[in-house]
Design a protein around this ligand. Structure first.
Ligand code: C5P
Length: 215
């Protein structure tokens, strides 16, 4: 069974999807971390960001492994490194690159082959797993999302202001929505849930109930 959870940054989907997978005993596929890992690989290899073919080659040749809570890039644990403000900014070069997307979509489908999976991202219901049995679209007001991301960054020692987090989030939302391939879109058969005013535990409970209805 495939469960897809798509939505904008800060909608609470990462932690909800991870918890949901744990409760159901499903594998968790965090696709955003794959785009982040490709951006980090490009950064490490000092790629020319204006030459998309270079990053596409790096994506095709690097090995990204996801475990329950760690992300490995070529056997190196990069779980924290991929979440810095700098790598978050550079991730657009991976996400905007059609060849990188093609490589990662194949990797995501291979990961899910024959497995029960909760897959989280932007294009999981529309592009990667259009056949998924349960499709969820999580959203929240932009100020609620920015506040969550701000608290998350501060707790990891980043020096940021709420204003700058909101500004970058708006840019990222716009990039995600306008991306011609793999852009953020709600599938016609997705169930939309607004998470404003819901606690993380309530979100997970709601999701679990929706999935169990379809099992
Ligand atoms: O979900 P997360 O914030 O970690 O994703 C990082 C970036 O990767 C997003 O801003 C988005 O641009 C991109 N992404 C994507 N397709 C996905 C998942 C993430 O383009 N399936």
């Amino acid at each position: 069974m495939i469960v897809t959870i798509d939505g904008p940054a800060g909608s609470g989907k990462s932690s909800a999807a991870r918890q949901l997978a744990k409760r159901l005993g499903f594998l968790f596929l965090d696709t955003g971390s794959m785009y982040r890992a490709v951006a980090l690989a490009g950064h490490q290899q000092q790629v020319d960001w204006q030459t998309p073919g270079e990053l596409a080659r790096i994506a095709a040749n690097c090995r990204i492994e996801l475990t329950d809570d760690r992300v490995l890039l070529n056997d190196q644990d990069v779980t924290e490194q991929i979440r810095t403000v700098e790598i978050t900014r550079l991730t657009k070069y991976a996400a905007d690159n059609p060849e990188v997307r093609k490589t990662l979509v194949e990797t995501q489908r291979r990961f899910a082959d024959g497995q029960n999976v909760v897959a989280e991202g932007r294009d999981q219901a529309t592009v990667v797993f259009p056949q998924a049995e349960c499709k969820i679209f999580l959203t929240a007001d932009e100020t609620v999302r920015a506040q969550r991301r701000y608290l998350d960054l501060v707790s990891r020692g980043e020096r940021v202001s709420l204003d700058s987090v909101l500004k970058h989030q708006r840019q990222r939302d716009q990039q995600d929505e306008e991306r011609p391939i793999g852009g953020l879109r709600k599938a016609t058969d997705s169930i939309e849930i607004k998470t404003c005013g819901m606690s993380p535990a309530e979100v997970v409970e709601r999701l679990e109930a929706l999935v169990r209805e379809r099992m």
